[in-house]
Design a protein around this ligand. Structure first.
Ligand code: 5GP
Length: 189
């Protein structure tokens, strides 16, 4: 997207504009390949269950798993939790909207999330998943807003450190919009 093009979210109470790309698809792709390499080294040929958190992480997950070699026994499942509604700040309330379709006991689980902000969502999820006795439980997040962390969370694989700004694109939305943008952009509130 060129620097002079702005999108206005006309049906929201506040006016937002979507600015220039913070991370381009090319940067995301390059980093995703590196992360996949690290994951392959750590999994050491064992089965890997990749758990995507709907809906934001879908774009990242599908690109990530396609960087994994065909020899690796990769399976995919999804969970959906509520963390943010249409607002751009955390509600602090986390609910499971859709649970996994498979049992994770004794399996190597990799949770893939789009962005970690306060850490409330991921720490809650990890607590639930740990109680199901996986063999290993790792986390992979594309963006880490570490400056805003309220709860300590172990992030095993991190794409990029992100500044304290609200971002959209590459699966990330604002009021349901902009998930389809290939790059990640800053929202100007
Ligand atoms: P946390 O619980 O760590 O505060 O928030 C995690 C969730 O908040 C993410 O999965 C994502 O849905 C949402 N989130 C946090 N920061 C942003 C952001 O900058 N942009 C978008 N679109 N969602 C965000």
């Amino acid at each position: 997207m060129s620097g002079s093009v702005f999108y206005k979210m006309s049906q929201m109470e506040t006016e937002y504009t979507v600015g220039d790309a913070l991370f381009s698809k090319k940067e995301i792709d390059d980093r995703t390949r590196e992360l996949a390499g690290q994951i392959v080294r750590d999994v050491r040929g064992e089965e890997l269950l990749v758990v995507g958190i709907l809906s934001g992480a879908v774009f990242f997950l599908t690109d990530l798993v396609r960087c994994l070699p065909r020899e690796l026994d990769v399976k995919i499942d999804f969970m959906s939790v509520s963390s943010y509604g249409d607002a751009t700040t955390s509600s602090g309330t986390v609910r499971i909207l859709k649970d996994l379709g498979s049992d994770i006991a004794g399996r190597n689980v990799l949770v893939v999330e789009d962005i970690i902000d306060t850490g409330l969502t991921l720490s809650y999820l990890l607590k639930i998943l740990k109680a199901r006795h996986p063999k290993s439980l790792r986390t992979c997040v594309l963006l880490d807003k570490s400056a805003r962390r309220e709860t300590a969370v172990d992030v095993d694989y991190c794409g990029f450190n992100a500044p304290d700004v609200f971002v959209v694109g590459y699966g990330l939305d604002c009021g349901g919009r902009y998930r389809h943008l290939p790059d990640i952009h800053v929202v100007n509130l």
